[in-house]
Design a protein around this ligand. Structure first.
Ligand code: 5GP
Ligand code: ZN
Length: 115
């Protein structure tokens, strides 16, 4: 846990969130400012600041994130329609919370390219 990290505090239960899934590796909760009918954040329990800080020992973790994103999309019934898993890295990438996370967006038609 990193002190003064919002997502570490949510993972530790110190700040409330609408949690919909959790396991040993990650926690999944609703984004406070949803950009789609389903907008969830998949957040590793381990504090990793950005995509640039991943190491080979995190490969299982990142694979697990995508497995769980696919399971949630399937369970919520929009997997076949389609969905998006997004990671924003650093300022120009749109990152605003410096604890690695993946957005799961679903249940609407998503445009491309993103803004
Ligand atoms: P980023 O911009 O870093 O890719 O994504 C950060 C996300 O965290 C944003 O979509 C933002 O709405 C969400 N967020 C920021 N603060 C909070 C919070 O306190 N609780 C929850 N549930 N989401 C938050
Ligand atoms: Zn953190």
């Amino acid at each position: 846990m990193s002190s003064n990290c919002l997502f570490c505090k949510i993972a530790a239960g110190e700040i409330p969130a609408s949690i919909c899934y959790q396991d040993d590796l990650l926690i999944v909760f609703e984004d406070i400012n949803p950009q789609a009918p389903v907008h969830l954040l998949l957040v590793p329990r381990k504090h990793i600041s950005t995509t640039l800080d991943l190491t080979p020992e995190d490969n299982i973790l990142v694979g697990h994130v995508f497995q769980i994103a696919a399971k949630i999309a399937t369970d919520l019934g929009f997997a076949d329609d389609g969905f998006r898993v997004v990671n924003n890295c650093n300022q120009a990438g749109g990152q605003t919370v410096w604890h690695l996370h993946f957005h799961l967006l679903g249940q609407r038609q998503l445009s491309w390219p993103p803004g």
